[in-house]
Design a protein around this ligand. Sequence first.
Ligand SMILES: [Cu+2]
Length: 167
Amino acid sequence: MPRHSLCAALCTVALTLSPALALAQAPKTAPKAAAPKAAAGAAKTFTVTAGDTMKFAPAIIRVKAGDKVTITLKAVSALPKMAMAHNFVLLKAGVDAAAVATAGSTARDTAFVSPKSKAQIIAASALAGGGETVTVEFTAPAAGKYQFICTFPAHFQAGMVGQLIVE
Ligand SMILES: [Cu+2]
């Protein structure tokens, strides 16, 4: 085969292959770009009830890291809101829950969540008085155990604490 013919043959092969390669690569990159969306956490919703006994029910909530969690806190009480209300305050791991509760107990202007505690808190709901519901949304943190508390005065001390277990 003369040299120029070989070149022509190779060039034809190369030209024929390149669109095929481009097509072959396209499907590979598309799923890669979509993967993070598919791996994003599932939406999980929970209703937590709190009554005059100052307990969260349920007191243990299980989720997976990255889940988009919505907690609806339902307060059940016949008492006036200023005497009996609840919130749902999720604390970062290793935080002194009693300290956050104590700081919150005097923070009436900010719904009993002290601005000083911001760095210790993952998410906090508004206050719910009897018959009210409030919701709080957060993305489940890394696997581990996290406390959630009510920071209405004296409620944490009365045992108003629960645990978020992230698997
Ligand atoms: Cu409470």
